[in-house]
Design a protein around this ligand. Sequence first.
Ligand SMILES: Cc1cc2nc3c(=O)[nH]c(=O)nc-3n(C[C@H](O)[C@H](O)[C@H](O)COP(=O)(O)OP(=O)(O)OC[C@H]3O[C@@H](n4cnc5c(N)ncnc54)[C@H](O)[C@@H]3O)c2cc1C
Length: 417
Amino acid sequence: MKNNIYVIGANLYGCLTAAKLAKKNKNSNIVLVDSADQILNTFQSIKLKNYKINNGFHSIEIPRANALVNFLRKEIKVDLKIIPNIRKILINNFLVREENSNNYPENLKKHFKKKKINTSDHKIFLGSLSKTMKKHYVKVSKRYAQNFFDVKHFFIPWFFPTNYTYKSNDEGDRFRKKVRSGKIKAYYVLPKNGLIEELRTPFIKYFRKIKNIKMMLNTNVGYHENQLFLFSKNFKNNFFPKDKIYLCVPPLFLLKKNETLYKKIFCNKRYLANMLIRLPTTTKKIEFTEIISCHKELKELARISNYSLYKSIKNYQLVQIELILNKINKINLKNIYRKLKNILSFFSHKKKLINFKVIDLKITRSMFYPKIEDVNKVKKYFIRNLEKLPYNINYNFFLGPVNMSKQWKFSEKFKKI
Ligand SMILES: Cc1cc2nc3c(=O)[nH]c(=O)nc-3n(C[C@H](O)[C@H](O)[C@H](O)COP(=O)(O)OP(=O)(O)OC[C@H]3O[C@@H](n4cnc5c(N)ncnc54)[C@H](O)[C@@H]3O)c2cc1C
């Protein structure tokens, strides 16, 4: 009889791990477990009227994730396409590229007081801004959380010019630094129709071909008295001591024992609203893949992305808008529309208000932004409690959504164990 190796979580991380372990351990069964009824469940697209779109802008960054892209193409046989990576930054009414502050318009440049900085200290980043701009950034950061410190990674280095660099050893940060300095040209990769969910069918086909992979869907991993078990509507099975488990999800089930920590992690809830709009035919053609926003009139506006890159609809330009909302019962669509008309005036030849058409708006995700100190507490708690379990558990810590390049790197680490 073959022994079982369990991979928990059929997200991209889990699917990559299962595929790699199955090749390496031909004499073991790889059991891929997920509580959802399908693999890659969180990649599910959303429907806004007749349009299918990603639940928030998603893409695989190259060359950062070249190895992942090669694997998806050659091994999983996914049909992928490369699109440009043109990120623009909207700071109030200034729309700029990721560029040196010397190239900024004078009225924006004056708010960035230092010639250059290279630090990991958020206080130095904030201190390099004029008083007005510092106040503005701190105010906009409240779309995520009360303290700028806890969400600084959404602002640094994104809303700073390229002569302000973030010192870090993280592979993502190092890649970003090279792109921003112009040493590397970055592109995005996505399935042909732009939908990240299109990775699902090729993975299912691949898993069906590989004899030692078994998918166990609609199945949860639970925790009770220092034991883990698998359960669904119809059964409950304990793991055996020394079972080999590759954990590709945060072990939130462990927090059952620690209500205080659980509450801290899930206390700060926000909602992602996705909106699809159609710009009038007369608008200026602006080259962009995504525009990240830090705007005083609508601090909830996080990103504007170019849907027309995947689907061209006659002469119209379709644009996806992402809003981070604090409360959903208070959405004032009229107010959002009025503010956006002005904010989007960079699409107008004469900087006039833009009369766009709202195709649809939906709340599509709940998101949580815990304090960094609580994330660190959870990390210690997870590691301490996983060590106490009587299994052979392999685990890389993360809590929120992880970039796909990182998921590849985590699965590579697992392959080597
Ligand atoms: C708005 C947004 C935009 C993004 N953009 C990008 C981007 O441009 N580029 C990029 O690389 N990444 C991006 N990401 C990150 C990336 O896509 C995330 O990895 C992904 O969204 C998070 O989902 P996941 O499938 O990885 O993991 P999870 O949501 O953690 O999925 C875990 C899976 O495990 C299952 N599960 C959980 N607990 C258990 C349990 N106890 N028992 C059994 N099963 C369990 C769940 O059912 C689920 O299917 C983005 C994320 C968001 C939210």
